[in-house]
Design a protein around this ligand. Structure first.
Ligand code: DOR
Ligand code: ZN
Length: 450
């Protein structure tokens, strides 16, 4: 049988080549793409279209496994078009949408309608998670193509009610039975009014986050594969790592043959880069669940850098008007899909961390955890890339594409991509969007209906 890659290589030249890029390890090379794949990496590639990229850093595009694309009844906050333009302009070509829509994504018919809405309006790759609530039909959501389950609210949040322990244990059992992935929002919440960021933090404490992780692990008697969302403290991460050591459960990803831990976690850029002290006490723009913490806890998160599996944005846009409400009435959430890689690239360079560690967390690991073929430099890998100069700019909300129109990262140093390639085609160049198109990535349980 002819290997499909061999067939691609034998066809006349690549569709597109990026010449003289700098790779993450500092080497310089030409890279050629054909039919959505990398076909060549080396020297002197000529193609139908050649772009000279001297001095520019090329990295695989990111997969953001935690975004709230809104749309539907919440389109004034964001919709699939604005949200995915925002993704692309930030070097993200695949997003995983969360199901706490209004109404929640708890039935296969709602799920299928959401896929249709996204196929029509999105301009990057996407997957959609299934909502988990007592009334949710988990098995039909799985066969409708859900990528994973959740975020499952083990503590309440904006547009998400907490599940009871019994309901959560049952859901984990059902998901485990289907060999699915359960993604968890783990918090313990004191139901008292918060007037400031500091009281919001003391209603949703670091200890409560760690306790919630432990409790979810205890409820998981069926050994369901778990992914903990937006861990905001080193303390909670320690609990995840302790559980991982105890379970020692490892599976192998079928595409990369690399190890997948049965318990993984993500951290957001806002918990890494923002702290309570950086803002006015009652500034609701930075109200988010889990809350921002103090500077010491924030630095503790950076100390866990090497252990972090995934960086995801938890892109949760709300309108400027909603965020201007007084603190108790403003919704929680921060937009961040566009700023995730740019802010962290600047920070990784400043802290002298290897760029490869950022690529691992924003691109490689999310794909491994979700069972998606990763974007990468090897011939045959998905040709999704972003090209960066070393020019640091200051984040300006007027230049971002999310409908939210604001960012708590205003003025923060960032390196935005000059060019983005998706499936071997240029989709963004010097601020312009080209060749727009979407692709749905259904989960493993998908059964197409005729
Ligand atoms: O701050 C948050 N906002 N945390 C969540 O878990 C949900 C999100 C939202 O959807 O607005
Ligand atoms: Zn959450």
């Amino acid at each position: 049988m002819v290997n499909p890659l061999q067939r691609l290589v034998q066809m006349p030249g690549p569709d597109l080549a990026l010449n003289d890029v700098t790779l993450p390890d500092g080497r310089r090379a030409d890279i050629g793409f054909k039919a959505g794949r990398v076909v060549h990496i080396g020297a002197l590639e000529t193609a139908d279209e050649n772009i000279r990229c001297h001095g520019m850093l090329l990295i695989p595009a990111a997969t953001d496994m935690h975004v709230h694309m809104r749309g539907g009844n919440q389109a004034e906050k964001e919709d699939w078009h604005s949200g995915t333009m925002s993704a692309i302009a930030g070097g993200v070509t695949l997003v995983v949408d969360q199901p706490n829509t209004v109404p929640a994504l708890t039935s296969s018919s709602r799920f299928t309608n959401r896929v249709k809405e996204a196929v029509t309006n999105a301009c990057c790759g996407f997957a959609i998670n299934a909502g988990v609530a007592p009334e949710a039909d988990l098995s039909s959501l799985w066969s409708a193509g859900a990528m994973a389950f959740g975020e499952i609210f083990a503590g309440p949040s904006s547009y998400g009610e907490a599940l009871s322990s019994d309901d959560l244990a049952q859901a984990l059992q059902a998901i485990s039975h289907m060999d699915g992935l359960a993604t968890i929002h783990a918090e313990e919440v004191r139901p008292s009014l918060a007037e400031t960021m500091a009281t919001h933090d003391s209603n949703r404490t670091p200890q409560g986050e760690a306790d919630a992780v432990r409790k979810v692990c205890q409820l998981n008697s069926s050994g369901c594969q778990l992914h903990f969302c937006h861990m905001s403290t080193a303390r909670a991460i320690e609990v995840v790592l302790e559980q991982r050591r105890q379970l020692n459960g490892i599976t192998r990803d079928k595409h990369s043959n690399s190890k997948i831990f049965r318990t993984s976690f993500e951290v957001t850029p806002h918990h890494l880069l923002l702290a309570i002290q950086d803002f006015l006490p009652d500034d609701a723009c930075t109200k988010v669940n889990p809350p921002l913490r103090d500077k010491k806890i924030q630095e503790g998160l950076w100390n866990m850098w090497d252990q972090i599996d995934v960086i995801a944005s938890d892109h949760a846009p709300h309108t400027a008007v909603e965020k201007a409400l007084d603190f108790p009435n403003a919704p929680s959430g921060i937009p961040g899909v566009e700023t995730m890689v740019p802010l962290l690239l600047a920070e990784v360079l400043r802290r002298k961390l290897p760029v490869s560690s950022l690529i691992e967390k924003v691109s490689r690991r999310p794909c491994e955890i979700l069972g998606l073929q990763p974007a990468g430099f090897l011939p045959g890998e998905r040709a999704d890339f972003a090209l960066y100069s070393r020019k640091i700019t200051l984040t300006d909300p007027r230049e971002l594409h999310s409908r939210a129109g604001w960012t708590p990262f205003k003025g923060y140093p960032a390196i935005f991509p000059e060019l983005v390639v998706m499936e071997g085609r240029i989709v963004f160049h010097n601020g312009e969007f080209l060749n727009q198109g979407s692709r749905w990535y259904p989960g493993r349980g998908y059964h197409a209906v005729d």
